[in-house]
Design a protein around this ligand. Structure first.
Ligand code: GDP
Length: 334
């Protein structure tokens, strides 16, 4: 597909689109770099690129994988990725790690992770963008995901760490959200506390090779806990699997479960519904981000904010009154 002339792409970007659609990893990486750039001209180009490629997106299965550091995410993704490639798939691995902007690295930043997978032509691995807020990171990852689909990757894995709100963001951009757990007593309860279990479409206990009995016990405890929750789809009760990423055992069964999930939810219509809801939620998030940005950039707000903040701190004016004033300043220009 050549982008239509009305897409407004420069010849350089049209070439980028062309290369990306031909499956080139380099043009894909370059396009994602544009998405991640904070420069306004890059952003404008990136938006046009994404729009031009939109008709070629949507044809992958998007799998979110979450778990605390050390649970074995990269070992698991590497084993899964290699299994999928053997089955004729092309696999893209993206990451959402809001902490990467704080400590400089990112969960996929370490080159030694997923060493065999990263050497395969059929795989594309991209570390988390480090653009600060979780919202920003998630937004860029969503767009990168679309570009990977246009480039012909039919399995997209989005990895995230088991801290903060990043799970919610990743569950909100994937078709199936997998929670990777360690078979240690108490872990399952931690997940319940954080409200993450409600997001899981599938729970996996890794490192089952260390103590298979403990893994089975943890799995059955988890099944009990999950059965008390209201499942996201009436057609799917989240299964609990045990496997060993290191020994590559249970990987094929894992993927069969993902396929069963996709087939079941496609048949019931829930698969498409979830994507529709995600698209709408994304739009609203963009609106909220845009409004937030406009508010802070508004000259009237900028000049009144310090004084009003002080009045609120001192108790001289109420938060509600100050908020009304500031929002009022903004609305004059709409
Ligand atoms: P991540 O931080 O979640 O990406 O975890 P890693 O994939 O880096 O794994 C953390 C450690 O656990 C590494 O030393 C792995 O070799 C080890 N590990 C990962 N999967 C397994 C497994 O299935 N069994 C055992 N025994 N160790 C594993």
């Amino acid at each position: 597909m050549n982008p239509a002339p009305e897409s407004g792409l420069s010849s350089e970007d049209a070439e980028l689109v062309h290369g990306l659609l031909a499956g080139g990893r380099r043009p894909l990486a370059k396009a994602i770099t544009l998405i991640e750039s904070t420069r306004a001209d890059h952003q404008a180009r990136a938006q046009k690129l994404v729009e031009a490629l939109l008709p070629r997106t949507g044809r992958s299965i998007r799998v979110g994988i979450s778990g605390v550091p050390g649970v074995g995410k990269s070992t698991f993704i590497e084993a899964l990725g290699m299994h999928l490639i053997e089955g004729g798939h092309r696999v893209a691995v993206l990451a959402v790690d809001p902490s990467s902007s704080v400590h400089g690295g990112s969960i996929l930043g370490d080159k030694t992770r997923m060493e065999s997978l990263s050497q395969r032509e059929e795989a594309f691995i991209r570390p988390s963008p480090s653009s600060g807020s979780l919202g920003g990171v998630a937004e860029k990852t969503r767009e990168a995901l679309l570009l990977c689909e246009a480039a012909g990757y039919d399995v997209i894995i989005v990895e995230t760490v088991g801290v903060g709100q990043s799970e919610t963001a990743v569950a909100g951009m994937t078709d199936c959200f997998v929670l990777l757990q360690l078979p240690n007593a108490g872990d399952d309860l931690q997940a319940i506390k954080k409200g993450i279990m409600e997001l899981a479409d599938l729970v996996v206990f890794n490192k089952a090779d260390i103590d298979p009995n403990a893994a089975q016990m943890a799995a059955s405890q988890m099944r009990g806990a999950l059965s008390m929750l209201h499942p996201a789809s009436a057609h799917w009760q989240p299964p609990v699997l045990t496997l060993s990423a290191m020994q590559k055992s249970g990987i094929a069964e894992f993927w069969q479960t993902i396929e069963r999930y996709r087939d079941t939810l496609s048949a019931s219509g829930d698969f498409a519904t979830r994507r529709r809801h995600q698209a709408l939620a994304w739009m609203w998030q963009m609106i909220e981000t845009g409004l937030h940005q406009r508010f802070h950039e508004h000259p009237g707000v900028k000049s009144a904010l310090p004084e009003l903040s002080k009045l609120v701190e001192d108790g001289t004016t109420t938060p509600a009154a100050a908020a009304q004033r500031l929002l009022g300043l903004m609305s004059r220009y709409f």
